[in-house]
Structures are given as structure tokens and as C-alpha cells.
Design a binder for this molecule. Structure first.
Ligand code: ZN
Ligand code: ZN
Length: 365
């Protein structure tokens, strides 16, 4: 990964935002900028260079992983040491002007924000930074797309595993367990979120985590799952029917599939994201099901399972080549059942490419 270029681009963005430095505390952002994969560390990016602070648990890991930043191992909290270094530098500086330090306010606890305030005023002004790194992360480079392809392939294979297990009488957690076991055996770092296996009336819960519920004949099973590989996440949903599918079930499934297809066809460079969401909704409206589609159409995926951009109504962001988003419309009939179909797509120069595409006709078990 080209950490040097990422940091340089961030410096330009800092200048444009009138910030002298940025205190990066959100770990996926830290990883994106310098490669550190541990669970405690702070990166301070200034015009002149970057400094990384962590504690003794990560001495070896930091020296192996951190690129383009000077590493400091501290006995105190990394955040506190980073701030002390900012304050010290300012006190020894000859310029009387205060240093404007950006922070990632949405990721700091109230206590952490309070500890930062201790150095405020000593020629340091703290300001909430705009989401500069999140914006940069929206567009993936070739190396990231390669990593995402690999994780999507690994994640997609888990559906075959689910198909082998799903049948009447099996609990939802057993299906999730088999998938998660296969994921680990396959070499992934873990699941990118808690596996959703929602059967029967639970399939009408858009986020129905696998429960003790027993899968019964005569209903849908929504399987939403993903894995992490080399830090990158996958996200995919398939819905199957257990038992003899009714005409209504088939109609709803076909409507969701048509909605997903329409949204995928709307993904191209230059398209407004709200337009993609609108394409999914319009198709469902034609089937009289739009009121049962209760969430947004998708989201960005990368180092985090949910990241910018949101694929939702009113989103003015424009699609650019290299963006990776999910397209996941769903229809949920409360108390009855639900259907969702989700794929990850990468925006290309011409349109988009569905990652690990498969046939999506209704599978009946
Ligand atoms: Zn999902
Ligand atoms: Zn998703």
C-alpha cells in the first residue's frame, strides 16, 4: 500500500481545510495512513512529517508495520503522549502563531476530548476536522481493489456452506457456526460483522442475527455474511426459501431481484448516489412494495464494513471509479417474512462490476 502518497494527499487536504496537523485516532484511518494493524495507536500528521505513538505491547509490531512515520513507544496512553509532544514542540517553536490541530471528534470519548483540552491554549488550538481520511478512503486504489476481490471471493464461498446446512429442523446459530468455522479454516481474520441468519417471520427483521430459532419449512431464510482478509471486509446477502415457495413469495423475491438489478445498472461514474437509491426504490414501487423497503440501498465497504459513501436518498455524492459499494434492497413484510439480496460492486470507468457475481434465481430447499 502506498502510505507515502496517502499521507501526502492528506497534507494537501489539511492545508485546504486550514489545519496545521491532524491527530488520527480512528484505527482504520491509522491503518490506512501508516499500515499499523494493532488495537492501540495514534498517528499525528503534520506538514513536516508524521509521528506514531503506541504502547509497549506493540513495540515489535509497530516497527514491522508502521511506514512513513516516526514511532514512539510510550508508557502512558498514546493519545496523551501525542498531545504532550504537540505542546512541547509548540513551546519550543519561535512562531507565536497557535498551531491549529484537527481531531476526529466523532471517534473520541468525552474523557479523551477532555484530556486534549488540557493542552489547548498553550499555543495549540483544537478544531474538529472534516472527514478528510474517510473521503480519501471512498476511492480504492488498484491494490485495495485486489484485496477486496480476494475477500469477496472468500466470503462468497460461505454461501455454499450455508446451503449444505440449511434445512427444516436446523437452528439458525448452527448455520452461522458452520459458515464461521469454514471462514476461519479458509484463513480469514474473522467475520466482518455478526452473521445474520434470519428464518421464518424473523426474516422480516433487516438485522436478525442468527438465533436459537429452528428453521421451519414454509418460509424464507435471509443469510447476510462477510469476512475480513488483509484488513478488508466483504458483505453479501442471499435469501433462500425452505419448503414449497408460494406464488406470493416468488413474486416478492423477483421484485427484490429486479430492484437490485436496476440499482446496479444505475451505478456508473458521474451518477449521483441518490439516483442509485432511487432506481432501487422506483422498481419496488412498480411492484407496490416500496413501503416495505425500510433501509438505505447500500454503503461503502473497505477497511470497515460500513464506510462512506452511504447509498441513500438525498445523498449528493457523485460516484467515481474505484468506489466500492453494496447494493442491497430488501422487502420486509412485518410478522410474515422478508427478502434481501446484496452484492458488492466496484465503480469502473464505464459503469460497474459486480464482485463474485452468481446466478440469483430463487433457491428452494
Ligand atoms: Zn450485508
Ligand atoms: Zn451491507
Amino acid at each position: 500500500m502506498n502510505y507515502h502518497d496517502r499521507q501526502q494527499r492528506l497534507r494537501e487536504a489539511l492545508r485546504a481545510s486550514r489545519l496545521d496537523a491532524l491527530l488520527v485516532t480512528h484505527l482504520p484511518n491509522v491503518r490506512y495512513l501508516c499500515g499499523f494493524t494493532g488495537s492501540a495507536g495514534v498517528l499525528l500528521v503534520t506538514a513536516g512529517g508524521s509521528a506514531f505513538f503506541t504502547d509497549g505491547r506493540y513495540t515489535q509490531q509497530a516497527s514491522a508495520e508502521v511506514k512513513d512515520a516516526k514511532v514512539t513507544i510510550t508508557r502512558k496512553a498514546a493519545l496523551k503522549t501525542a498531545m504532550e509532544s504537540v505542546a512541547r514542540k509548540r513551546l519550543s517553536s519561535r512562531t507565536p502563531k497557535a498551531l491549529v490541530l484537527g481531531i476526529e471528534g466523532q471517534y473520541l470519548t468525552v474523557a479523551e476530548r477532555g484530556s486534549l483540552a488540557e493542552v489547548e491554549g498553550k499555543r495549540v488550538r483544537i478544531r474538529e476536522a472534516p472527514p478528510l481520511i474517510e473521503r480519501a478512503r471512498m476511492v480504492k486504489d488498484a491494490e485495495e481493489i485486489e484485496a477486496i476481490r480476494a475477500v469477496v471471493d472468500q466470503g462468497a464461498a460461505l454461501f455454499d456452506c450455508a446451503l449444505r446446512v440449511i434445512c427444516p429442523g436446523v437452528r439458525e446459530v448452527e448455520v452461522a457456526a458452520e459458515m464461521e468455522y469454514a471462514a476461519r479454516k479458509g484463513g480469514t481474520e474473522g467475520m466482518s460483522f455478526e452473521t445474520i441468519i434470519a428464518s421464518g417471520s424473523r426474516s422480516a427483521l433487516p438485522h436478525g442475527r442468527a438465533s436459537e430459532a429452528v428453521i421451519e419449512a414454509g418460509g424464507f431464510v435471509v443469510c447476510d455474511f462477510g469476512v475480513i482478509l488483509h484488513g478488508y471486509c466483504s458483505d453479501r446477502t442471499r435469501t433462500v426459501y425452505v419448503g414449497a415457495a408460494t406464488g406470493e413469495a416468488r413474486r416478492v423475491y423477483e421484485a427484490v431481484l429486479a430492484s437490485q438489478q436496476a440499482a446496479i445498472e444505475a451505478v456508473r461514474p458521474g451518477a449521483k448516489i441518490s439516483h442509485v437509491d432511487g432506481a432501487a426504490r422506483k422498481t419496488l414501487k412498480n411492484s407496490g412494495l416500496a413501503q416495505y423497503f425500510t433501509h438505505s440501498t447500500g454503503h461503502g465497504v473497505g477497511l470497515e464494513i460500513h464506510e462512506a459513501p452511504r447509498v441513500a436518498q438525498g445523498q449528493q455524492e457523485t460516484l467515481r471509479p474505484g468506489m466500492v459499494i453494496t447494493i442491497e434492497p430488501g422487502v420486509y413484510l412485518p410478522g410474515k417474512w422478508g427478502v434481501r439480496i446484496e452484492d458488492m460492486v466496484v465503480v469502473t470507468e464505464q459503469g460497474c462490476e459486480v464482485l463474485a457475481p452468481t446466478q440469483k434465481e430463487l433457491i428452494v430447499i
